[in-house]
Write a protein that binds this ligand. Structure first.
Ligand code: ZN
Length: 61
């Protein structure tokens, strides 16, 4: 019998990786890489799907 995996409300938009760090390619005056952080707009960086986010995703489908 296969192991039962409980359903997890993982965000389907980012697949559970809500936050990404993007290297802009430029460097700051300190010589460090300048990076920007972007959060998933669907789950707002939580990585989990909410009812509101799911309803929002359905718009335009
Ligand atoms: Zn997400």
């Amino acid at each position: 019998m296969p192991q039962y995996t409980p359903p997890r409300p993982i965000c389907g938009h980012c697949d559970g990786f809500p936050t990404v760090t993007i290297t802009t390619g430029t460097r700051t005056a300190d010589g460090q890489r300048k990076t920007i952080t972007a959060n998933c707009p669907a789950c707002r960086g939580t990585g989990h799907t909410t009812t509101a986010a799911r309803a929002h995703t359905r718009i335009g489908a």
